[in-house]
Design a protein around this ligand. Structure first.
Ligand SMILES: *[C@@H]1O[C@H](CO)[C@@H](O)[C@H](O)[C@H]1NC(C)=O
Ligand SMILES: *[C@@H]1O[C@H](CO)[C@@H](O)[C@H](O)[C@H]1NC(C)=O
Ligand SMILES: *[C@@H]1O[C@H](CO)[C@@H](O)[C@H](O)[C@H]1NC(C)=O
Ligand SMILES: *[C@@H]1O[C@H](CO)[C@@H](O)[C@H](O)[C@H]1NC(C)=O
Length: 203
């Protein structure tokens, strides 16, 4: 009858414990596939929350954790770049919905005109955000030389353009779903604005 030498049993136990620890750590690191909230994310979301605008810490965390790149961010501006990209993704998605509605809209109606304005607004928002991203990257590359306030100002431009679409749609009974989507976009743009607040200095 072959019995395991005691050292081998001890070794197996250690391997088992190591495997167990590794599994436990992994489970801790990412809950249900979501990237974990790093200290940077938690702190940035604490700073960015604004209950008046409904930008809660929970909204900030769930938005940033919806993208794997957030956990890799080394500083606040890295995080803002991810947040802007998340926003761009949503704008693009809503833009596709609007174009679909436009195909079915009757020619010459207020609805058609409102939708066409919104298409232009989204395109402008996306172009503006590309400029904002460039400004942030340039600021990161060349500290000191640039005015930091250009970054929040740029995101504010996107916010104003987005609000124009909302004002086109205001009170339109057919636009309820679209208004809701635009209000969600507005929350995301507020989040970007709030994340950039530390750079919003008068200079
Ligand atoms: C997660 O990790 C922390 C410390 O690293 C530990 O205190 C906690 O018990 C862990 N939680 C789970 C669910 O494994
Ligand atoms: C959060 O705010 C504090 C106080 O204004 C500031 O010192 C800190 O750098 C901010 N952190 C982030 C990640 O924005
Ligand atoms: C915040 O959310 C509440 C409840 O969902 C809503 O009534 C209120 O209008 C929102 N405020 C803003 C500024 O969006
Ligand atoms: C995040 O990364 C993990 C591992 O790299 C991957 O399995 C998962 O699908 C990614 N999640 C998203 C939302 O991209």
């Amino acid at each position: 009858m072959a019995t395991m030498p005691p050292t081998s049993i001890a070794f197996s136990a250690i391997v088992f414990m190591l495997l167990f620890t590794a599994t436990a750590t992994q489970a801790n690191g990412s809950v249900s596939g979501k990237p974990k909230a790093t200290d940077l994310i938690v702190e940035a979301c604490k700073n960015a929350s604004d209950y008046w605008l409904n930008i809660t810490e929970a909204f900030c965390l769930s938005t940033l954790q919806s993208d794997n790149r957030s956990a890799k961010a080394k500083n606040l501006l890295d995080l803002v770049l991810v947040s802007i990209d998340i926003f761009k993704g949503h704008v693009t998605k809503v833009g596709v919905d609007v174009k679909k509605m436009l195909q079915n809209a009757k020619k010459g109606t207020i609805m058609m005109h409102a939708l066409r304005f919104c298409v232009v607004d989204y395109e402008t928002v996306l172009s503006t955000l590309n400029i904002c991203e460039a400004i942030i990257r340039e600021y990161q590359a060349e500290k000191g030389g640039m005015k930091s306030s250009n970054m929040p100002q740029c995101v504010d431009l996107a916010k104003h353009t987005l609000n124009e679409c909302l004002s086109e749609l205001a009170d339109m009974p057919w636009a309820k779903a679209l208004i809701k989507e635009n209000e969600e976009l507005r929350m995301l743009v507020y989040l970007n604005t709030n994340l950039l607040a530390p750079y919003n200095v008068r200079d």
